[in-house]
Design a protein around this ligand. Structure first.
Ligand SMILES: *Cc1c(COP(=O)(O)O)cnc(C)c1O
Length: 454
């Protein structure tokens, strides 16, 4: 059959509160045109993030009831440890309350002022933690990864030549090499197994440990199976194991590819580093058998890891974004191609050429999507990245809108509705106006800034 159905039945539902366009216009104005300030209840389809927003399965909710809340040595920890170990093969598995806590542990231990850490593209919390340690976060994506409309099977790849050159020149100040799969900041684009192995080999040649930010490891493995020579007949678990086999450790947000609403981990092979990480963990997160999580959260993660590698799920997951991307492309809406694993990206600067970058075309489109259809997406552009530390402003490299898909939450008719809202907006796009910022904090302004329409 050609129709890819949602590979689940729905047993528990959460109503969507319907709103009219007039109500939404009023609520957005009251929120000073900042989508982060809306009440989630006033949103019809919430595509702000795929982080922590997954629908858990009946088996996960069941496992939650069996959570062992013992302070030390809880049964739930050993189940979690076995589930992570089975997929990744790492020797030391250290639970944390989120991915960024794992990053914080790792970089406070390995990064020092003057250091530099290269990656295909660092996620923003990874960059934040590296910079907080006084080190520099270096992005070395392949050039194809920077061109939104260019088709390439593995646009998330690292530039191996650039990595080798970087390590030859800056090896002394490089404590580790990092790789983000899929490449979130680069559009949710996958990384080939060949590229992961290549980067690991280069790191090894230069004597550097190689870490994977594995938040979307299962989506990445699915793309390896679909698109990479020699992987088509292999099981997802085997591809996942091969991915981590070449790494010295990983950071993980269980809010992504573990179907959990909270959680994460740091995994390491180095005994001494793991011991230091556990010592720090006790100061900042909790005892090493719970690390800032409840026993029930560890249960939800362990069960989620069984479910995330299911091929029927991954086929549906990746297809949803590809479907929306293809439909938008066909109606002339400029999109990042091909679709990534967890989100659809619209090139708002190309869609709204009458709005100059400093009048925030991405943010203007995100606001229009909410008013027109109650859809909440996220600007990834000049509002997010345009303010420089000295307070001046410059256009970001791109002005995108990201529609991130929560896992197992929305269905085909929601996808069709999103496409229909774009069809409607396409007829009115010349009337969409830019915005100006009337109040902003000195950093991370997109979360709290107040806007006015021009
Ligand atoms: C979400 C995310 C993180 C941070 O994880 P949190 O659980 O949100 O702290 C790190 N890296 C990538 C690639 C992510 O997507």
């Amino acid at each position: 059959m050609k129709t890819i159905i949602e590979p689940f039945r729905i047993k528990s539902v959460e109503p969507i509160r319907m709103t009219s366009r007039a109500e939404r216009e009023e609520m957005l104005a009251a929120a000073q045109f900042n989508l982060f300030k809306l009440h989630a209840d006033d949103v019809l389809i919430d595509l702000l993030t795929d982080s922590g927003t997954s629908a858990m399965s009946a088996a996960q909710w069941g496992a939650i009831m069996t959570g062992d809340e013992s302070y030390a040595g809880a049964k739930s920890f050993y189940k979690f440890e076995a589930a992570v170990g089975d997929l990744t093969g790492f020797r030391h598995i250290i639970p944390t309350h989120q991915g960024r806590a794992a990053e914080h542990l790792l970089f406070t231990l390995i990064a020092k002022p003057g250091h530099a850490i290269p990656s295909n593209t660092h996620f923003d919390t990874t960059r934040g933690n590296i910079e907080a340690a006084g080190a520099e976060a270096i992005d070395l994506p392949i050039p194809e990864g920077r061109q939104p409309s260019l088709e390439h099977p593995f646009k998330g790849n690292i530039d191996l030549g650039a990595l080798d050159a970087f390590l030859s020149e800056h090896g002394e100040r490089t404590p580790a090499v990092m790789m983000t799969i899929t490449n979130n900041a680069g559009g949710g684009q996958p990384v080939s197994l060949e590229n992961i192995r290549g980067a690991a080999e280069i790191a090894k040649t230069h004597g550097k440990p190689f870490y994977i930010d594995g938040c979307r490891f299962a989506e990445n493995a699915w793309f390896n199976k679909l698109r990479e020579e020699g992987q088509g007949n292999r099981g997802i678990k085997d591809i996942v194991r091969d991915t981590f086999a070449v790494a010295d450790g990983m950071t993980m947000s269980a809010k992504k590819d573990a179907f959990a609403n909270i959680g994460g981990w740091l995994a390491l092979n180095d005994d001494a580093l793991a011991e230091a990480a556990r010592t720090r963990l006790i100061q900042t997160e909790g005892f090493p058998t719970y690390g800032g999580l409840a026993g029930r959260d560890l249960e939800a993660i362990a069960q989620g890891l069984e479910e995330i590698i299911d091929e029927d799920y991954l086929r549906y997951r990746v297809r949803t974004n590809a479907y929306i991307t293809e439909r938008l492309d066909a109606m002339g809406v400029p999109v990042v191609k091909p679709a990534g694993g967890h989100a659809v990206f619209i090139d708002a600067r190309a869609f709204l050429p009458h709005i100059s970058p400093l009048e925030y075309p991405g943010h203007a489109l995100a606001c229009a999507l909410y008013e027109e259809g109650g859809i909440r997406g996220c600007e990834i552009g000049t509002v997010m990245f345009g303010r420089k530390p000295d307070g001046s402003e410059a256009p970001a490299a791109m002005d995108l809108v990201r529609l991130a898909m929560p896992r197992r939450v929305y269905t085909q008719s929601h996808a069709d509705y999103i496409v229909e809202v774009f069809a409607e907006l396409t007829t009115k796009k010349d009337d969409i106006r830019g915005l100006k910022i009337v109040r902003e904090p000195p950093m991370m302004r997109h979360f709290t800034a107040a806007f006015e329409r021009l």
